[in-house]
Design a binder for this molecule. Structure first.
Ligand SMILES: [Mg+2]
Length: 199
């Protein structure tokens, strides 16, 4: 049997990114939006950022200083460590711009996150010509599990890769329900650990 192959997203699955984004929006852009009220994936919409504010905001949340201080989602490190010790291969696939690779690697090292590989995927059609892998290039990969918080990415992967997707429950994916039996909602890493049983 091949070792289990697991796809793990970074932002809002491994890192508490959007809570920190909301804090920047509050502090620097006077947008007082509670995390639980962020009911759409697009930060421009959920944080009510005007067109002229959006670019500055996106720059602010991709600085090394911001990315390197993000807290780790509770329980993630322990579960990834158990999986790797159990023979699994962990692929981290992030929708961040490829330019954030040095900060992302630093964050992974600083937080001693166990993983096997890191790839930058153009999940949201944002990083064309920046060196990110097009989402369609993942077709044909045989992940045993995909862990994502983006409903659109989760839906695409469930269908295109015919794989089991664990959708990490977040305010922006709560109103989206899938009729696919391949997508299952999970709320924390303890649930994910129980669900992914490959031994
Ligand atoms: Mg994410």
């Amino acid at each position: 049997m091949n070792p289990p192959l697991i796809y793990v997203d970074i932002d809002d699955v491994l890192a508490e990114s959007t809570r920190a984004c909301a804090e920047i929006a509050r502090r620097d852009f006077a947008k007082n939006v509670k995390f639980e009220e962020m009911s759409v994936f697009d930060l421009r919409v959920s944080l009510s950022l005007a067109e002229h504010e959006y670019e500055d905001f996106m720059n602010a949340v991709h600085t090394p200083r911001f990315l390197e201080q993000l807290p780790v989602v509770r329980g993630a490190r322990k579960t990834l460590g158990q999986w790797i010790r159990g023979g699994a291969e962990i692929n981290l696939l992030t929708g961040r711009p490829p330019s954030s690779q040095p900060s992302t690697l630093k964050w992974l090292k600083k937080n001693t996150i166990p993983y096997n590989s890191l790839e930058f995927v153009d999940k949201y059609n944002r990083h064309a010509n920046q060196g990110a892998i097009p989402l369609q290039e993942l077709n044909g990969r045989t992940y045993d599990f995909v862990i994502e918080d983006s409903f659109e990415t989760a839906s695409y992967l469930a269908k295109a890769l015919n794989t089991s997707v664990l959708l990490f429950d977040r305010p922006w994916n709560r109103q989206q329900t899938s009729h696919s039996s391949s997508i299952e909602r999970v709320h924390n890493w303890a649930e994910i650990e129980n669900r992914v049983n490959f031994r």
